[in-house]
Design a protein around this ligand. Structure first.
Ligand code: ATP
Ligand code: MG
Length: 552
């Protein structure tokens, strides 16, 4: 069975609501504002909305909150839809908050008629300056006592484009002395002449989120409106609007803690800045915790969803260590991805006693832990590449890899012994010369000798060159950066590009995932991999590491 959330405080509330007959069914909605791409935090909101509905055979709507008229939304709308589908969810209905503009307008008129809303001529600054503080009540607007007739006429005139932007707003008339600042006569409509992507210039007054959201939920018959914790203080207002606007169906808002992960940036505003300032390679940069970025990095939906299902749902915001997330992708790929050898910092090795021109094909297990995955044949000849750090001319104590006079095992191949180091005029090592022992062929069982080191390699002629991108955390979180704004915490070494090799027996397609022996899990980049240019992103190293920067 597919994994999902364990019972949590939200499912307990829903259980109770159904038992008491408050609702007969469960309808949820995911209400993104299309002003950016989805990030890992949104996976919590999406999975809660869809999984909770699924648990009760209910329905989930996707509703775009398009109460802010802006132009470039369509790119984000497409991206958000694609991301939700990629996570494996299908919404029952697709709606837009703008579908309800007429209904919302009528309900605002109802509030005016009930003496519960008024047109205010104060500027945005004046309104905010008279809102009061947590310890001080707000000051009532001088326009608060306008008559119902005057308010109706003015609201109508606002709608008929009679006033410039900012000249007037409609405010709910609740309580300027309320301890909850959200109830201090909140603005519910404002004027904007920016054309709307959906309604064009039909409207020049737009409802504020706090008004539009409860009404949209009620219109759609949402039973449980799940949202993140910052809306908790807005709930009394949410309930006030539903009640005073005399909505027939009454939704219940339930808040849960936000999910974030360490060492990255997830607020859309900051993500947007990173993208616009070209500090990253777009919204799908593999260093970002956007869904697009995580996907391009090689994260699977299974790993992401299981990670989110296992984080506990509570009434506190949680910052989960990035390493937790890494654990889930390793677990997913361990038994599903093929393995192979890749050399990412090549050092040429010449096997001087291997016949020139000879090539043999050795067997490599596709995944040692899953024998059913079988084996593949990889070429071996006189010249190979090994990793630069698998050789030391002057070995440190306990260094068991290759050094002059020492013998190591080449994985899937033979023992080699280093005899000679060839350098250029400046003393840089260009290649090393070794001899191999034909009696030590891997898998033959003839060999009784033991060596301490096993290293990986790729044939120097029969290979595929590839670009290797290694990633480190996007932001540095330590004592020094503790109090800095997030955009000043950027790790200057979050990307390192190397050029290496894999066997040419592999056929690489974008999004193919491999475990490279000793290096970790890699994915063929979906954007930059072409037939003649293979690019691999490291998804995650094999072992977790606390280290920043030096991890390379
Ligand atoms: P951000 O503040 O990161 O830019 P947002 O809250 O403005 O995000 P919306 O498009 O309004 O993003 O979010 C849609 C839904 O996702 C909302 O119900 C919101 O509560 C929820 N959500 C957003 N971020 C998180 C998060 N980090 N954890 C859990 N839920 C989240
Ligand atoms: Mg928002």
């Amino acid at each position: 069975m597919e994994k999902t959330y364990e019972s949590n405080f939200i499912s307990n509330i829903i259980d109770e609501d159904l038992k008491r007959g408050k609702y007969q069914e469960v309808i949820t909605r995911f209400p993104p504002e299309p002003n950016g791409y989805l990030h890992i935090g949104h996976i919590r909101a999406i999975t809660l909305d869809f999984e909770m509905a699924k648990r009760y055979n209910g329905k989930t709507n996707l509703r775009f909150d398009d109460t802010n008229p802006t132009k470039e939304d369509i790119e984000f709308v497409k991206g958000i839809k694609a991301d939700i589908k990629w996570l494996g969810y299908e919404w029952d209905n697709l709606y837009w908050a703008s579908n309800y503009f007429t209904e919302m307008y009528n309900r605002a008129v109802l509030l005016i008629k009930k003496g519960l809303a008024f047109v205010d001529d104060q500027t945005a600054e004046e309104i905010s300056a008279t809102r009061g503080t947590l310890t001080q009540p707000g000051i009532e607007s001088p326009y608060r006592t306008r008559s119902t007739e005057e308010n109706l006429a003015l609201f109508e005139a606002m709608k008929k484009r009679k006033f410039p932007e900012g000249a007037k707003v409609l405010r709910a008339k609740i309580d300027m002395a309320s301890p909850n600042i959200n109830l201090r006569d909140p603005v519910i409509y404002r004027i904007s002449y920016t054309p709307h992507h959906n309604t064009g210039d039909k409207w020049c007054i737009y409802p504020m989120y706090d008004f539009a959201h409860p009404l949209s939920d009620a219109i759609e018959g949402i039973t449980h409106s799940l949202c993140s914790l910052e809306f908790e203080d807005h709930r009394p207002l949410y309930d006030w609007f539903v009640r005073e606007c005399e909505m027939e169906k009454i939704p219940t808002q339930i808040e849960f803690g936000r999910l974030s992960i360490s060492n990255t940036i997830i607020s859309k505003r900051n993500l947007r800045k990173l993208v616009e300032d070209k500090l990253v390679d777009g919204w799908d940069d593999p260093r970002l915790a956007t869904l697009q970025g995580l996907r391009r990095r090689g994260y699977t939906k299974r790993a992401l969803k299981e990670f989110v299902f296992d984080t506990s749902i509570s009434k506190t915001n949680a910052v989960v260590d990035y390493q937790q997330l890494e654990h889930y992708i390793r677990e997913d790929l361990k038994l599903t991805s093929p393995r192979t050898m890749a050399v990412i910092r090549p050092l040429k090795v010449v096997i001087t006693n291997y016949p020139e021109g000879q090539v043999e094909y050795l067997e490599e297990a596709i995944n040692k832990e899953v024998p059913e995955m079988g084996t593949r044949k990889i070429a071996f000849s006189r010249e190979i590449y090994i990793e630069q750090d698998d050789f030391m001319e002057n070995p440190l104590p306990k260094y068991y890899r290759l050094y002059p006079g020492n013998e190591v095992r080449l994985a899937n191949a033979y023992f080699i012994k280093c005899n000679d180091v060839i350098k250029d005029e400046d003393g840089n090592i260009i290649e090393i010369h070794v001899t191999y022992d034909i009696e030590t062929k891997s898998g033959t069982g003839f060999n009784k000798r033991k060596v301490k080191g096993t290293i990986h390699w790729v044939d120097a002629k029969h290979n595929l060159p590839c670009e290797i991108r290694l990633y480190d955390h996007l932001t540095i979180e330590d004592e020094e950066t503790k109090n800095l704004p997030v955009l000043e915490k950027l790790n200057p070494h979050s990307l390192k590009i190397l050029h290496g090799y894999i066997s040419n027996s592999l056929v690489i397609k974008p999004d193919d995932k491999y475990q490279f022996m000793r290096h970790g899990y890699f994915v063929a980049d979906t954007k930059d991999t072409k037939a003649d240019n293979i690019v691999f992103n490291r998804i995650v190293p094999l072992k977790s590491s606390f280290k920043l920067i030096n991890d390379f």
